[in-house]
Design a protein around this ligand. Sequence first.
Ligand SMILES: Cc1cc2nc3c(=O)[nH]c(=O)nc-3n(C[C@H](O)[C@H](O)[C@H](O)COP(=O)(O)O)c2cc1C
Length: 172
Amino acid sequence: MDALTCIKTRRSIRKFKDTPVPQEIIDDIIDCARRAPSAHNYQPWAFIVVRDQDQKEKLSQIQPWSFFMAGAPVCIVLCMTNTGTDFSPSNYLSVACAGENILLAAHAHGLASCWTYVKDFNNSKPEQKARKILLVPEDVEIIALIPIGYPDQKASPKQVKELKKLLHQEQW
Ligand SMILES: Cc1cc2nc3c(=O)[nH]c(=O)nc-3n(C[C@H](O)[C@H](O)[C@H](O)COP(=O)(O)O)c2cc1C
């Protein structure tokens, strides 16, 4: 699949087949994630690959919209490092770029995925719960959980906002 088709056809999928996902594919997805652009080139990210069913069951309960986590063969945990001297608020944007690379790389491999939030600036509970389950140190922030598996659901074409409502030429 070429890059443009990959970007234009990716959808969030929340139902997965039991079919195991080969480790080489997960390694390649993480390789794509770590190549994302980042402010100051800090590369402020780290990843945890979770396959253990008990752990995925626990993660599926950290917030109301991650219940389908347990049904995915793999969960990639997207974390943010550089919370000390190299901290910049832009690190959140950089980590989001790495997250998008995960979604696109998964899709390019014929896999389904869905970003599920952990970091909620209005509610620290999901992150606290995930930290406890995954033993993540306090100086690392947990941004998202991304379940990965072969799709067991067909996504309908996406309704996107009309271009004329969001595109301006030269000035707003
Ligand atoms: C920051 C962020 C947080 C999200 N959190 C969740 C979530 O907790 N649970 C969920 O099912 N989907 C979540 N999503 C997926 C969105 O619902 C999805 O991207 C959106 O509906 C557009 O659909 P698409 O991904 O198929 O284009 C999240 C997406 C983003 C970018």
